[in-house]
Design a protein. Structure first.
Length: 177
């Protein structure tokens, strides 16, 4: 789709508002440029920079040097005045996408897993849970995996298992009730 720069900025602001959480640069680009082609990839990067510079979007560093973007008060105010410039069918599409994908995007941003080689030929799997806009992990666990395949499988499973693992450990080790 081919919209002017102002409409494209409003699309980014509208996405941030409807997702109801800070988004990484990759998430914004994925939503606006890759999955939906609402905004050209390069334009999306440039517009995100412009929105940050104009204080309509706030950028903060979170995990592993990753940046997250969220609306400022000024950004919400601007959007409330000009959101009608976004075509109604596009607004509906953004709202539907946000509702359907909010949880999976949140999980992809907050649950981190990676593995590294160990000197003995095994792999160290590091799994973390982050809270929005906080750079230090809320929870971190490292486990040794015997093979690369088992390390990769642990990383894949972490996104689904993280909430229950954290709940179990919190209830059994930390909760004083």
């Amino acid at each position: 789709m081919n919209y002017d720069a102002v409409t494209n900025k409003l699309i980014i602001l509208f996405c941030l508002e409807k997702m109801e959480m800070p988004l990484t640069e990759n998430s914004i680009i994925d939503i606006c440029s890759i999955k939906h082609e609402w905004i050209n990839y390069m334009d999306c990067l440039d517009l995100l920079y412009q929105l940050t510079e104009s204080k309509l979007v706030y950028k903060t560093e979170c995990k592993e040097g990753e940046m997250r973007y969220t609306l400022t008060f000024e950004g919400r105010d601007c959007l409330s005045y000009f959101y009608r410039k976004i075509p109604k069918n596009l607004q509906d599409e953004i709202i539907a996408y946000s509702k359907a994908n909010r949880l999976s995007i949140k999980q992809s941003q907050e649950f981190y897993a990676n593995y590294t080689d160990s000197e003995d030929g095994s792999y160290i799997v590091t799994m973390r849970i982050y809270e929005s806009l906080i750079s230090t992990p809320l929870f971190e666990i490292k486990v040794k995996a015997p093979t690369r395949q088992s390390a990769e499988e642990a990383c894949k499973k972490w996104k689904q298992s993280a909430p229950s693992v954290y709940e179990y450990i919190f209830e059994n080790l930390i909760n004083t009730d």
